[in-house]
Design a binder for this molecule. Structure first.
Ligand code: NAP
Length: 484
């Protein structure tokens, strides 16, 4: 290498850890990871609500370079996943690069010397040759603007900023939101609540799965003893995940089968026709991010639980009033209302070439080339950026692949072959046109409203299969970049 690159990674969640590991393995060790939280883990650090479980099987929800043979459950709890991230950071010596409680407020590109000035909330400025934004997707909580919210006298807590001091046992709880989070939190809080009211503006299809199953200890012993077996199991699961990508991206008998299973999950578990009707969505299963649960339907039929499908009209001092005029007396409100999923690195102010801001570049919604490069922003990459496959392909796979792709550019930059690299507008347009066309037959485009949609009506997802993902990010195409 001719020069040592100064690299800043923003975010120490799953994507940031995958990137840091990949870069250090490739010999790029002049790294600083800036993390605004007080720990690694990203969503697994911020989300600590009761019932938090990953609905992706643990043996596939892990880094390929850090297989864990002994997950406690087939679907691990949030606590166990968070500990896994800490362990990986320690095992690979990544702590030395980390700066916690450090929020990046601004990044500014200097065209003259092809560097980025990265400013933190504390007013420090770092100079970087390359910046990688691994800032996550589901990060900024969405808090709805409901009339009278300020007048409510009890606690209102968003699941993504859970307050452990909030008492829920023996209380009358309102949960707003029916996504993966709402379903998990209702299932967890119902047993000890005096009463739990689930406000379901749009019911979701819920696939039944035995989420509480422990991973057999003998499996852990076997995988520890024979790592090749563990590797084979991981590869098999990776292959199997391709079936999900196929199901969601192309209409087929497989999609129909899974959709039938979703309908069956509801019919089989909810016997009361009135409740079943209320729980039946008016769109196809899989259209929104699929919810998986083995406990929600049981919880919502308990005597202390109630589903409310009327719209919320307003909060009062003592509860919630719906548009039908009914008042629900409530002690604690839980907002499981999701995230502003298209912010990515914002509200950070990012100023690229020719003083272009990211807000200007993304005025029509987030847009990147192959999830990782943005025209106007040289020497800056995203890992799990726009169009990442949050609805189909394992995210660890995608993050590691993207990081290896960026390494190809790091090598050229370090060798002095180039000092600046920027994706072209035309390559980005071409990629986005292909994405828009491929999104047509996906299940996400069958008439529901979900967090996948941007304000401009585009779907912010990856509509291709894993082979295409791998192919697109195996080797940078020089024709798609301008270099200096
Ligand atoms: P979400 O899927 O975006 O759901 C938000 C919910 O809040 C929706 O039901 C929405 O209703 C409702 N809502 C928003 N504003 C409302 C209002 N004013 N009145 C009534 N309802 C309102 O959010 P999420 O459940 O947090 O899940 C987000 C994503 O996080 C998931 O899709 C998944 O990718 C990820 N996640 C994963 C796991 C896991 O186990 N792996 C667990 C939790 C979350 P509408 O549908 O009517 O808009």
């Amino acid at each position: 290498m001719n020069r040592e690159l100064r690299i800043v990674i923003v975010g120490a969640g799953m994507a940031g850890i995958a990137t840091a590991y990949t870069f250090t393995q490739a010999g790029f060790t002049n790294l600083t990871i800036l993390e605004k939280g007080s720990d690694v883990g990203g969503v697994w650090h911020w989300n600590r609500y009761p019932g938090l479980t990953c609905d992706v099987p643990s043996q596939i929800y892990q880094f390929s370079f850090a297989p864990k043979p002994d997950w406690g459950h087939l679907w691990a709890s949030g606590t166990e996943i968070q500990q896994y991230h800490r362990d990986v950071v320690e095992r690979f010596g990544l702590q030395r690069y980390l700066r916690f409680d450090t929020e990046v407020t601004e990044m500014r590109y200097d065209t003259a010397d092809c560097t980025w000035s990265v400013t933190t909330g504390a007013g420090d400025t770092l100079t970087a040759d390359v910046v990688v934004c691994a800032t996550g997707v589901l990060h900024h909580p969405f808090v709805p603007d409901v009339a009278g919210m300020d007048s409510f006298q009890g606690p209102i807590v968003h699941t993504a900023s859970w307050d452990p001091d909030v008492v829920t046992a023996g209380r009358r709880i309102a949960v707003i939101g029916t996504g993966s989070t709402g379903v998990q939190v209702v299932s967890a809080l119902q047993p000890d609540a005096e009463a739990i009211t689930h406000f379901a503006r749009s019911p979701q299809w819920i696939l039944w799965a035995p989420m509480g199953l422990r991973q057999p200890k003998v499996l852990a012993r076997m995988m520890r003893r024979w790592p090749a077996l563990h590797d084979a199991a991981y590869r098999r699961l990776l292959w199997a995940s391709g079936i999900l990508a196929d199901i969601v991206t192309k209409p087929s008998w497989r999609r129909t089968l899974v959709q039938s299973y979703a309908r069956w999950s509801l019919r089989f578990q909810i016997r009361d026709p009135r409740l079943r009707a209320e729980l039946t969505p008016d769109y196809q299963p899989l259209c929104k991010r699929q919810v998986v649960s083995g406990s929600y339907y049981r919880a919502i039929t308990r005597p202390n639980a109630r589903l409310v499908t009327d719209r919320i009209d307003a909060f009062t001092a003592t509860g919630i009033r719906t548009t039908s005029g009914e008042h629900h007396d409530i002690d604690v409100v839980v907002l499981a209302t999701g995230f502003q999923a298209h912010n990515y690195m914002r509200p950070m102010r990012i100023v690229g070439r020719d003083a272009m801001t990211l807000d200007d570049a993304w005025v029509k919604g987030p847009r990147a080339y192959r999830m990782t490069a943005i025209p106007g922003f040289p020497n800056l990459f995203t890992v799990l950026g726009p169009n990442s496959p949050t609805g189909s392909i394992p995210l660890q796979y995608s993050a590691e692949l993207t990081a290896r792709y960026i390494v190809k550019w790091l090598r050229r930059l370090a060798a002095g072959e180039v000092t600046a690299v920027e994706v072209t507008e035309s390559a980005t347009d071409e990629f986005n046109a292909a994405v828009a066309e491929a999104l047509g037959p996906t299940v996400w485009n069958t008439g529901c409203n979900s967090w996948y949609f941007t304000d401009n009506g585009t779907i912010d997802l990856w509509p291709f299969d894993r082979a295409t993902l791998t192919d697109m990010l195996s080797e940078p195409d020089p024709a798609h970049y301008r270099t200096a």
